[in-house]
Structures are given as C-alpha cells and as structure tokens.
Design a protein. Structure first.
Lengths: 232, 205
C-alpha cells in the first residue's frame, strides 16, 4: 500500500502539481509552436509521452549501472583492471553527453520503428519526432531521474526503475494535458478580437500565465492524498 | 567553398536588438521563463549561456569543413553538451549556491535552441571571426532579454534588485511575480510592447 501510495504521489506531482510546462517551464517551444489545433497538440503530447518513457528507461539504466558514484558496472570493470583498489569510481561527468546522445538516438529509433511497423501511427505523429530531440521536457525528465539516482546521499533513497518510469510517463501526460488545454483555448481565441501587438506568442503566453495560476490551485493535493491513502 | 553572408559587424549588431534571440525569434524560452524571478540568477544564466554559445559557435566554425551535413546536428549537440558540462562543473565548484538555485536549468542549456540555431545558421557556414562576433552579439541579446524580464519581476515581486532593497518597505509584494504565472504574464506583455513599438517605428518610416 505504501509502495503504491509513493508511486501515486510521484505521478500526481509530475502530471498536475508540478506540471512540466506550467511549473518547470520545460517544453515551452512546442507548447507555443504546436498548439494551434487540438488534434495536432494531442498528437504532440502522445509523441512526447512515448519518447520520454523510452529515454527515461535508457537514461535510468545508464545512470544506475554506470553513471553514478560507485555504480556496479564501472566498479566491476575497475576491479578487473586494478585488483585490490578501493577507489570509488564516479563517471557522472559523462551524464549530460550520454543523455543527449540517448535522446537523439532513441528519437531516431522510434521514428524508424514506427515507419516500418506502424505506418498509420507514423503518419499521425511522424512530423513531431524530429522536433522532440530538442524538447527540453525529455532532457529534464532524464535530469530529474539522475538527481534521484546519482545525487541520492542515502542508498535506500535511490530511485528504482518503477519510480523513474512513473515520473517520466506522468510528466509526459502532464505535458499532453497542458498542451491540449492550450490548443482548445487557442482555437476559441481565433474568433476573438485580440489587440494587434498581442497576437501570436503574446496572447499565448498570457493565457499560459492564467493556466499556470489555475494549476497552482493543485498545490497541496499530494499531501492530502498521502493522508487519505495512508491514513496518517 | 566561397563564404558569403553578413559581415562580423552586422552579425554582432543583429544579435542585440534587430534579431534578438528571445524577444524577436522566440528561442530559448525555457531558461528565459524559469530563471528570471531574480536578477542574480538571470545574470548567472546569461553568463553560462554566453560561455557555451561562444565556445560552441567558434568550435563549430573551426570544424565546418570537416562536418558531414547529415551528422551536423549530432556534432553540434555533442559539442554543446561538452561545454555545458564544463560550465556546470565550474558553477558547482565556485558558485555552489547559485548552482543550487539554477538546478536543472544549467544542464538544460544543452537543448537551448538559441545555441543550436546559431551553430546551424552562422557557425557552420562562416569563419571564426564572424562566428565569434555573432555569438557575442547573440549572448548580449539574450542578456538584454533576461534583464528586461527579471528586473520587473524582482522589483514588483519582492521590491528588491540584486537582493538590495529598492522600493520602500511598505511596498506590497506582488507574490505572483516570483511564481511561475508571473513569468508568463511578464514575457507576454514585454512581447506585446516590442511588437507595438516596432510596428509604430515601421509606420513612421
């Protein structure tokens, strides 16, 4: 029960309370660029969720086994090279380079895989895939996972793959929610008389500000859920 | 390969106001919104981005004849990631508090579209001198944009500038300005002002 509650807290926090777009400001470029039509926005949201989970899986694997102080694989190899050494091997300096490499290549693989096996799906969000490489939301999810794997001071606090994937998938869903709401509002804005200087990005940002205020209303929901589930 | 394109001076001037990366091209929105709740984090961010942009643009320019066209984005990103790692380690070592405040936004410089677009538009096509001037101009433009958002936000949100009290104690802090919505609202209004002003100038000429 406590395990499920922990996962649920991470999920709610990532999707709603600390929404990637409206709280951490990551993924603003597609949020402004691809939010004119609801179906396009939804497609973008799904594509991001898809890629973010794959990138999170790969980067968790890398960080856990190689890129953290005292990681098992690096330590094992070092022991083979220098038997009897007790040095703590820390390869976390490589993390950023590996993450961006992982993201770029997983986008490529997803694109090839979809084109080969799911042509309709590829047609639906193929055009968004190249854009996703430079989407900060993906790198942000990898960095958050890294913070909880490589940065954890207490070994018991290190995140497992379950928590990492929960954060990534629900972060992606939060992005999809935000961009779809935004597209819905922008479709309605087409019929409004917006002052000329505000047209385009200006009004989008103002609407996003009001949306962010609305999402601030969720602050504290996680504490409430915790008491509700665990009965503390 | 003949090299044509704007001269170093044009590139430099263009970056500051006419093609300001944030206010005119809407690039690099993520750090622009995230670190502007105070002037000090904004300055640090502008410094870190400037370092990465200048180094990456110069290195790309030096390598421009070696890069295969279909691999260029990968090469750009890896170059940028290397310099971001250096900048991040530097901040952690010498400005640990600032590094904590900026948190994940320092590594997120890797995916800052300003840098990759400059490598693509200028660095991979023109010589070192032009690339350097372009990167310095764009960095100054980014600094101008960050300051134009962070000054009103810190002033209205906490009545201070760089942590020093500017407005009287009686000033009621606009709490929303230091929270995420304030960033969206301020940037939206500044964009509106820039559009209005440039439209007015265009109409006069």
């Amino acid at each position: 029960m406590e395990y499920l509650a922990q996962l649920m807290l991470i999920a709610v926090a990532a999707a709603i309370i600390n929404n990637f777009v409206l709280h951490y400001f990551v993924g603003i470029c597609p949020f402004i660029g691809v939010s004119r039509k609801v179906d396009m926005a939804f497609g973008m949201g799904c594509a991001v969720t898809f890629v973010i989970s794959i990138a999170a899986f790969l980067s968790w694997t890398f960080t856990y086994f190689i890129g953290r102080p005292g990681a098992p694989l690096t330590t094992f190899i070092w022991r083979q090279v220098a038997p009897g050494s007790t040095a703590v091997i820390d390869l976390s300096i490589l993390n950023y380079i590996i993450f961006i490499f992982v993201i770029a290549s997983s986008v490529q693989f997803v694109e090839m895989y979809l084109r080969r096996f799911f042509p309709p799906l590829f047609k639906a969000f193929g055009i968004f895939l190249p854009l996703i490489t430079t989407n900060c939301a993906i790198l942000f999810a990898c960095l958050e996972i890294m913070k909880h794997v490589a940065g954890a001071s207490d070994p018991a606090q290190i995140w497992g793959l379950d928590k990492a994937l929960t954060l990534a998938i629900f972060g992606g869903i939060g992005f999809a929610i935000a961009i779809t709401i935004m597209a819905g509002i922008r479709e309605e804005l087409d019929g409004c008389d917006v002052p000329k200087p505000l047209r385009g990005a200006g009004i989008t940002l103002l609407v996003a500000g009001i949306l962010a205020m609305a999402f601030m209303g969720f602050t504290g929901v996680d504490r409430g859920l915790e008491t509700l589930i665990l009965g503390k | 390969m003949t090299e044509t394109g704007p001269s170093a001076y044009e590139r430099f001037i263009n970056g500051i106001i006419p093609e300001n990366p944030t206010l005119r091209q809407l690039l690099g929105m993520c750090p622009t919104l995230a670190v502007t709740n105070g002037v000090k984090p904004a300055l640090t961010m502008a410094g870190a981005t400037a370092f990465v942009l200048i180094c990456a643009n110069v290195i790309t320019s030096l390598m421009r004849k070696l890069i295969k066209p279909h691999l260029r984005i990968l090469v750009f990103t890896l170059t940028i990631a290397t310099f971001v790692t250096i900048a991040d380690r530097f901040l952690q070592a010498f400005m640990p508090e600032m590094s904590k405040v900026l948190g994940p936004y320092v590594p997120l410089i890797i995916v800052n579209c300003i840098i990759i677009s400059r490598c693509e538009i200028c660095g991979s096509k023109q010589g070192v001198k032009v690339a350097l001037a372009d990167a310095v101009g764009m960095s100054l433009g980014f600094l101008v944009a960050l300051l134009s958002i962070s000054i009103p936000r810190e002033l209205l949100g906490s009545g201070t500038l760089l942590g020093l009290r500017v407005l009287p104690e009686a000033w009621p802090n606009w709490g929303v300005q230091v929270l995420p919505p304030g960033a969206f609202l301020t940037l939206g209004l500044i964009l509106a002002f820039v559009n209005w002003y440039s439209a007015r100038r265009a109409a006069k000429v």
